[in-house]
Design a protein around this ligand. Structure first.
Ligand code: AMP
Length: 321
């Protein structure tokens, strides 16, 4: 099905249902919340007679964007469920998404697991929020932004593009952001909210810079053992703010931040300025975008294996570019 036909089919389903429940992924980031709640707000504005809910686990420090609704299991009966920004069904928060009448996936990650009755995936979009904005712009007679929807989608785009730094940022991304900004929300305040970090995280970024291991091809590694997180008073969900820190360094080409979890294993956050790292992530219980992925390492041995793979990718990239 062509993209526009799929978006029409999704709109037709939305029109059919009187109750729509929208989910997104665990450990949400601004694009997860922005696309989810942005879509919820658009549907509330466009179809005031429908019941629209945004559902999922804790928003982990993103409550300046939105909070979740309480929904009971029985409310899923006869409901349409839409999941935004989530490539794999096991990362959907929460698991009641299966209880609805029909399931729709809307995403911008590689479509590794094509779940749902209808799915729209555009890996060329900077963010899922950009896709939701495009959806509205395709059907301007039926779908409407509100100021808050525009704020949420703009926040999602800013979050996933590193404020328009990453290569997924296109001219279309900037045009879409401009359309959203015209809705009059306080973009400066929102940019500050997304950008600001706590003093503990600022101190941890000092640790990251001091303890970065870097090879001659630009492969970087930072290990954050539980003791270090405790010493700095930082929890796992706050480490999102330091993942981009090594990328500022000119010699760094691709890197992994290995964050030890209370259970002992390591959550791996992989980023790259060139070498494709999502295949590596898939080999270690993860996945994601070509230049921004996540994985898991069982122990320090697997941490080192992953670092060696990053080193190999950087070496190959340097040889071929
Ligand atoms: P993160 O480092 O958690 O910000 O994740 C970066 C990207 O990788 C995001 O687009 C995630 O959707 C994806 N990702 C992270 N962890 C996983 C995982 N365990 N499985 C699949 N994709 C993941």
């Amino acid at each position: 099905m062509k993209d526009l036909d799929m978006l029409s089919a999704i709109l037709a389903e939305i029109k059919k249902y009187s109750r729509i429940i929208i989910h997104r992924h665990q450990r949400p980031d601004p694009d997860a919340i922005g696309s989810q709640v942005g879509l919820a707000e658009i549907l509330r504005t466009s179809f005031p007679e429908k019941e629209i809910y945004q559902v999922g686990g804790p928003v982990e420090g993103l409550d300046y964007l939105a909070v979740m609704d309480e929904v009971t299991e029985s409310q899923y009966q006869g409901a349409l469920v839409i999941v935004t920004d989530t490539a794999n069904s096991d990362r959907i928060s929460d698991k009641r998404y299966v209880l609805g009448d029909k399931l729709i996936k809307i995403d911008h990650h590689p479509n590794d697991e094509p779940y749902g009755d209808l799915l729209y995936v555009n890996t060329g979009a900077s963010s899922c929020s950009e896709i939701i904005a495009d959806f509205v712009l395709q059907f301007p007679d039926e779908l409407k932004f509100s100021e808050n929807a525009a704020r949420l989608l703009y926040g999602g785009i800013v979050g996933d593009t590193g404020r328009f730094l990453y290569p997924a940022t296109t001219a279309h991304t900037l045009r879409t952001a401009a359309v959203l900004m015209d809705y009059g929300f306080n973009a400066n305040k929102l940019n500050r909210e997304i950008d600001q970090i706590s003093m503990s995280v600022a101190r941890l970024s000092g640790f990251v810079n001091q303890n970065l291991r870097l090879d001659e091809n630009g492969a970087g590694q930072v290990i954050l053992p539980s003791e270090v997180l405790a010493e700095y008073g930082v929890v796992d969900s706050e480490t999102s703010a330091i993942v981009s820190v090594p990328g500022k360094i000119d010699q760094v080409l691709a890197w992994g931040i290995f964050v030890q979890q209370p259970e002992g294993y390591y959550r791996v956050r992989l980023r790259s300025k060139g070498p494709v790292i999502n295949e590596l992530a898939k080999r270690h219980h993860g996945g994601g975008h070509p230049l921004a992925s996540g994985a898991n390492a069982h122990d320090l041995k697997e941490v080192q294996e992953i670092y060696q793979e990053i080193q190999r990718l950087c070496q190959e990239y340097r040889e071929n570019n």
